[in-house]
Design a protein around this ligand. Structure first.
Ligand SMILES: [Zn+2]
Ligand SMILES: [Zn+2]
Length: 410
């Protein structure tokens, strides 16, 4: 039996029993739905449903590899894009390990040149070093470190949405994406009709794009040679973030980190040798005038690191796309066999995707694994594997089959 038929049959069994869990979006009849199928590998778009029963029955019958709905509301969701009649869209954020430069990516992510078959690790290059080809097959691995970093970014994003934008936690739904990240969905009438450029402003705020510390409390003497004041840690918005991020950075920065910023030797030595004093000064007036020789330009370089660590790494394209299709909660992700799991803002910290998003909890199957790094499902750890036939619990086997890292053994 080939992989795709095997996965399809397991997904079919799952939906037969669990389609009733599928969580519909609000205003279901105004949303567009889209699906990927296994066998013909086609995309079905411009679908709509009048009620959740129709949606669930459809999924049960189609058995999609991926199921999506629109963040947008339309007068006529089944029409072509131009005729749909856009009525607005929820505010949507995607946080994916793809956008987080974790070091482990170089170990567990692989790419293969489509033209010559040459393989490498990490992020695919622009051009194949062997044949110059530009197309790559990429395999990205949802490792624990990547998942934890994505969670951390999601929590920072929640702080922005609740503290800075003033959304209520009840208007915000957090979900595990079913693969390598988290989705955050805000439903509030006030933002529904924002166009793409207004959403870009929100994105810029959250990513700290175009932020000038001079407008956030960093002031110097006329020629910028000495800094006279800076933001405090307990201030709201980006002021406080700049101060807290700077504190964090100065607390742990190594000589190399400081050299990387292009700071002068004298300033670097000053920071390293008087670190404690500088950090202590925060309780009184802040460190801004304390580092001898550090003017506005030097502080701006340090603050750049603070902004980097305090901003949330979101996929900016997703938020500005007002026609975006997003994964349907409690459906299976075709690249993992895991579920997209909806949760509330205060559940995320304790959430363990590798237990909660696991769908296939019954049975075992023997597969032939080509290559897989170590991974965990629930309490159990598997692998690493290379060219080996193993009998695995269904969830672990489906995961490797979905990742195209294994084949069903005859
Ligand atoms: Zn090549
Ligand atoms: Zn990783």
């Amino acid at each position: 039996m080939n992989n795709i038929s095997f996965i399809h049959d397991k997904f079919a069994e799952f939906y037969k029993e669990n389609a009733s869990m599928i969580k519909p979006p609000s205003n279901i009849s105004k949303r567009e739905f889209g699906f990927f199928t296994f066998k013909e590998n086609v995309v079905i778009r411009h679908k709509s449903f009048l009620n959740v029963e129709d949606l669930r029955n459809y999924v049960k019958q189609l058995v999609p590899s991926h199921a999506y709905y629109s963040a947008a509301y339309y007068e006529m969701p089944e029409e072509s894009m131009e005729k749909k009649g856009w009525l607005g869209a929820d505010l949507y954020f995607d946080i994916d390990a793809d956008h987080i430069p974790t070091k482990c990516r170089k170990i567990h992510d692989t790419w293969t040149c489509k033209k010559c078959g040459f393989q490498g690790r990490g992020v695919a290059p622009n051009e194949c070093p062997i044949c110059g080809g530009k197309g790559f097959e990429e395999r990205k691995w949802p490792c624990e470190i990547c998942l934890e970093s994505a969670k951390y970014e999601a929590m920072k994003l929640l702080d922005f949405l609740i503290d800075d934008f003033g959304f209520s936690p009840h208007e915000i739904q957090v979900s595990f994406s079913g693969h390598r990240g988290y989705h955050i969905h805000v439903e509030n009438e006030k933002i529904r009709e924002l166009d793409s450029s207004a959403r870009k402003e929100i994105v810029d705020y959250i990513t700290g794009t175009g932020l000038d510390p001079a407008y956030h409390g960093l002031q110097g003497t006329p020629h910028g040679r000495r800094v006279t004041s800076g933001p405090d840690m307990d201030e709201p918005g980006w002021r406080g973030r700049i101060a807290r991020g700077t504190h964090e950075f100065l607390l742990s920065a190594t000589k190399e980190d400081l050299e990387e910023l292009g700071l002068r030797k004298k300033i670097i030595n000053e920071i390293i040798s008087r670190r404690e004093e500088i950090l202590k000064s925060w309780e009184k007036e802040g460190p801004w005038s304390l580092i001898r020789g550090a003017g506005v330009e030097a502080w701006k370089r340090i603050i750049r690191k603070a902004i980097e660590s305090q901003s949330a790494r979101i996929d900016t394209v997703v938020t500005t796309d007002i026609h975006r299709l997003i994964r349907l909660p409690n459906t299976l992700h075709g690249k993992t066999g895991w579920l997209k799991i909806p949760l509330s803002a205060n559940e995320i910290e304790e959430f363990d995707p590798l237990s909660s998003a696991i769908a296939f909890k019954k049975g075992e199957v023997t597969i032939y694994v080509k290559e897989a790094p170590e991974f965990r499902i629930g309490e159990e750890t598997f692998g690493p594997y290379r060219d080996i036939k193993v009998e695995l619990p269904m969830a672990a086997a489906i995961f490797l089959l979905c990742k195209d890292a294994a084949e069903v053994a005859d």
